[in-house]
Ligand binder design. Structure first.
Ligand SMILES: [Cu+2]
Length: 177
């Protein structure tokens, strides 16, 4: 099977090389009218290329959101609450699951076995609010300020075995906690 794939690849590569050589050989011949028409076509194609590039960059720039991860200065801030989050196959262990809105929560994220992805989702529309890698032998600090009260779901973002999908916890953000 491997041998067949290899031979087929060689034949196809030779085909591409032949087409390439024909195009290169043809390009050096004078084109006449056809050449002029083709050149005009290429000019439009070039303009369209730049329009697409500029529009793409502008649209991306206008629609990209800021990373939900605080910058270095913010990350150095002293947290109001520290929550230790340990990933296990297949559950999350949090030493507390209730915080207040507005306070700076620092998650100390690690794992007891394999790599997991610690991801906190906003209550609405299941959008990710923050995430950090949960790695055995390391502790990653993740600072999050929950502005709105609600139930924030924690899921695993890295496939870690059979019941990966069952790794679910809830962080309750309550004004009266
Ligand atoms: Cu996991």
């Amino acid at each position: 099977m491997q041998g067949l794939a290899w031979s087929l690849s060689l034949v196809l590569m030779a085909g591409v090389a032949l087409i390439f050589l024909r195009v290169v050989a043809g390009a050096s011949q004078p084109g006449g009218d056809a050449g002029t028409i083709a050149a005009a076509g290429y000019r439009w194609r070039d303009r369209l290329f730049w329009v697409v590039i500029v529009a793409g960059v502008a649209i991306s720039f206008a629609t990209l959101r800021k990373w939900p991860i605080p910058g270095h200065a913010a990350a150095a801030a002293t947290p109001d609450v520290i929550v230790r989050a340990v990933g296990h196959q297949w559950r999350w262990e949090l030493d507390r699951d209730t915080v207040r809105p507005g306070e700076l929560v620092e998650f100390e994220v690690t794992s007891a076995d394999v790599n997991h992805g610690f991801a906190i989702y906003r209550p609405e529309k299941s959008r990710i609010l923050a995430q950090a890698q949960a790695m055995p032998g390391y502790t990653n600090k993740l600072q999050v300020r929950f502005d709105e009260p609600g139930d924030y779901e924690v899921l695993c973002l890295e496939y870690c075995g059979l019941a990966h999908h069952a790794m679910r916890a809830v962080i309750k953000v309550r004004a009266d906690s």
